[in-house]
Every structure is written in structure tokens, then in C-alpha cells.
Design a binder for this molecule. Structure first.
Ligand SMILES: NC(=O)c1ccc[n+]([C@@H]2O[C@H](COP(=O)([O-])OP(=O)(O)OC[C@H]3O[C@@H](n4cnc5c(N)ncnc54)[C@H](OP(=O)(O)O)[C@@H]3O)[C@@H](O)[C@H]2O)c1
Length: 245
């Protein structure tokens, strides 16, 4: 991919990987639009990075997804890249009846939203040069951590979706990437940490971004970064080792 001169919509840019991608793409000479539910965060980011474009939008709401796409087409019709990044990670105990609303929200955010957004943007992108859809999955798409079964299943579904989307779009110029991060030190899962200052663990976000940018520049359409590469190549063979608790 040519990683300069694009207009890029990144869902979930208020922290972590989405924000770090936004900063990096701006540095590389792109126009970047970020979304998120937290308006105060978006405002603070805009104060620090005045060139960034922000939009309050909840990807778990179908009407807001359609509204986001319409707003982008009207205001930034040159948009040629979508990064499906927004995600939540919940612990789910399957030994007692689950809270279906929670399961639905996690699935809607991590899986249904990217399906819907990809379908809204493909007709628009088909007319563009250097167009791409980049799905952020996870090493856990290939070997799950059993205490967050729904999260891992949404990421496995995203892996499968990316293969099919790439196949469906092969006659167009739209490139479809899957970037699978390893554990990256972000706010992901902070709601389950009693001490909110406690780290998620994993590699620094800048290290992840360096690997992801290299993959995007080199057209490595399915890129598992760092330890995610091991999970991808060994898949379920690592399951017992990962879940020895
Ligand atoms: N960190 C890791 O170890 C790791 C590993 C593998 C994959 N990933 C994936 O990387 C992606 C980014 O996660 P992260 O690690 O950067 O976590 P993060 O720091 O918690 O960031 C998550 C982002 O998603 C946004 N988001 C969540 N729900 C949303 C919703 N309903 N509507 C709009 N935005 C929403 C959040 O914004 P608001 O809260 O403001 O809405 C935030 O900007 C996720 O898809 C995650 O699954 C992360």
C-alpha cells in the first residue's frame, strides 16, 4: 500500500492501537478520521492533534454505523481506507447462564460492526485508487484463551470474514488486510481490572505499530505480529499450554 496521501477512517481511535495508528498515519502524511464513544477523549485528542478529524459514534449501534458512513461520504468523499479496529474484551463464564445482552454487545462491537461497515464502504472504495479495508483481529483468533470465549470467537470470526471479503473483492482494487496483534499494552479489558492503573501487559503499542505499518507497506495481507505469529502457525496445538490455569 502507498501509506501517504490517503484519507483513513479508524473506528475506536480514543486509545490504544487505534490512536497509535492515527498518530502514525498522520505522521506519514495522511488525513485521519477517528471515532469512539467517549466525546471527552476525542476532544482532548483534537486539542493535541488539531489536524485529526473526530466523530462520536458507537459501532455497536446499526443506525450510528449507517450515519457514520453517510457523514463520511458527504464530508470526506475522498476516504479510501477503513480500519475496523474498535473492540471490547470481556470475560465470560460459561458454567452459569450468560448475560445475553453482554454477549450481544461484544459480538455486535467486534464482529457485526466490521461486517456492516465493510459492506457500507466497499461500493465507495471500488471507485478509489489505493483503497483498503484493514481488519484488526488477534493472535487469539487462532488459539483462544478460554476465560474470554466470546471475545476469541469474535476474532476467529473476523479472521474467517477477512478471507471471504478478500475473495469477494478480488476483482476490485480494494486490498483487504488482516492484522493480528499479540498482547499489546493498551486499555483493553480495563473494566475487569480492579486497579485501573494496572497494565494490560504485552508489547508497547509503538512496537506493534511498527510491525503493522511494515506489513501494510509491504502488502502482507495477513500479518500476525510478534507472538501472534506463533499462535497462527501452531493454532490449537498451543491451547493446552495457554490455558493451564
Ligand atoms: N491490546 C491487545 O492486547 C490486543 C490484542 C489483540 C487484538 N487487539 C484488538 O485491537 C483493537 C483495539 O484494542 P486496544 O488494545 O487498542 O484497546 P483499547 O485501548 O481499549 O481501545 C479500544 C478502542 O475501541 C473503541 N470502542 C470500543 N467499543 C466501541 C464502540 N461500541 N463504538 C466505538 N468505539 C468503540 C474505544 O473507544 P471508546 O471507549 O471511546 O468508545 C477505544 O478507542 C481491538 O479490536 C482489540 O480486540 C488488541
Amino acid at each position: 500500500m502507498i501509506v501517504t496521501g490517503n484519507t483513513i477512517l479508524i473506528t475506536g481511535g480514543t486509545s490504544g492501537i487505534g490512536l497509535a495508528f492515527a498518530e502514525e498515519f498522520i505522521k506519514e502524511g495522511n488525513r485521519v478520521i477517528i471515532t469512539g464513544r467517549r466525546e471527552d477523549r476525542l476532544e482532548a485528542i483534537k486539542n493535541k492533534l488539531p489536524e485529526i478529524i473526530t466523530r462520536v459514534s458507537d459501532v455497536s449501534d446499526a443506525a450510528q454505523r449507517a450515519g457514520l458512513a453517510e457523514w463520511v461520504f458527504q464530508n470526506y468523499p475522498e476516504t479510501n481506507m477503513l480500519i475496523n479496529n474498535a473492540g471490547i474484551q470481556l470475560v465470560t463464564d460459561l458454567k452459569s447462564p450468560v448475560d445475553l445482552e453482554r454477549v450481544r454487545t461484544e459480538t455486535e462491537t467486534n464482529f457485526i460492526a466490521p461486517v456492516h461497515l465493510a459492506s457500507l464502504f466497499t461500493p465507495h472504495f471500488a471507485e478509489k485508487e489505493n483503497a483498503a479495508i484493514i481488519n484488526i483481529t488477534s493472535g487469539l483468533a487462532f488459539a483462544p484463551l478460554a476465560f474470554m470465549p466470546v471475545y476469541c470467537a469474535t476474532k476467529a470470526a473476523m479472521h474467517s470474514l477477512t478471507l471471504s471479503l478478500r475473495h469477494q473483492l478480488k476483482q476490485t482494487g480494494i486490498k483487504v488486510f488482516e492484522i493480528a496483534p499479540p498482547a499489546v499494552d493498551t486499555e483493553l479489558g480495563h473494566d475487569r481490572r480492579e486497579d485501573k492503573s494496572q497494565s494490560h501487559g504485552g508489547i508497547p503499542v509503538q512496537e506493534f505499530i511498527a510491525g503493522a505499518m511494515k506489513a501494510i507497506k509491504n502488502d502482507e495481507l495477513e500479518a500476525a505480529i510478534g507472538q501472534a505469529a506463533g499462535l497462527r502457525s501452531k493454532r490449537e496445538a498451543l491451547f493446552e499450554q495457554m490455558n493451564s490455569w
